[in-house]
Design a protein around this ligand. Sequence first.
Ligand SMILES: C[S@@+](CC[C@H](N)C(=O)[O-])C[C@H]1O[C@@H](n2cnc3c(N)ncnc32)[C@H](O)[C@@H]1O
Length: 191
Amino acid sequence: MACEFSGIVREAFKAKGHDAWSCDLLPTEIQGQHIQGDVLEILNDGWDLMIAHPPCTYLSVSGLHWNGRVPGRQAKTEAALHFVQLLLEAHIKHIALENPVSCISTRIRKPDQVVQPWWFGHDASKKTCLWLKKLPLLKETNRLPGDDKTRRGNQTPSGQNKLGPSPDRWKERSRTFPGIAQAMAEQWNFC
Ligand SMILES: C[S@@+](CC[C@H](N)C(=O)[O-])C[C@H]1O[C@@H](n2cnc3c(N)ncnc32)[C@H](O)[C@@H]1O
């Protein structure tokens, strides 16, 4: 699991009997098989499957309007896109790369699918795009009632994310939803 500090997807695959590892610049939050370092240095180490969660700060559509106003920000977007490209082009048979709605769609290619946590049993809305290589589309496992307009537990009345500012806000918002991790481990279980 590339760019995963939480260990959530790693542990879901481990529970299915896989020799699963996570890699992140940060330490892992759940003790387990974790490599703390730059994932680019271990990409060619013979992995069968990679699920990658690269940083979205300079890619997500919601932040791109700052690029024209903040000096140096566009260069960070370009660097983030280059990182994504390297992950997508890794010599690994099965790849899934996950990101919110972002300029990956316009600059690299459109995602293969867009899923929502409320399709996997979570009362939360967060469009999650998946770029897939030799993996089937993820099937929903527990769709809650409603549609994209339904206000979910993580949203304010105006549809914004409820979490207030805090140093760890990005972490709270970026951890993979366990229902999605579980679906990945169940449905991408053929490696
Ligand atoms: C959006 S978060 C993904 C979190 C993930 N969904 C989880 O549940 O842990 C992006 C992560 O990418 C990590 N990261 C950024 N550059 C990296 C690199 N070159 N190698 C490994 N991890 C990297 C960051 O430290 C950050 O934790």
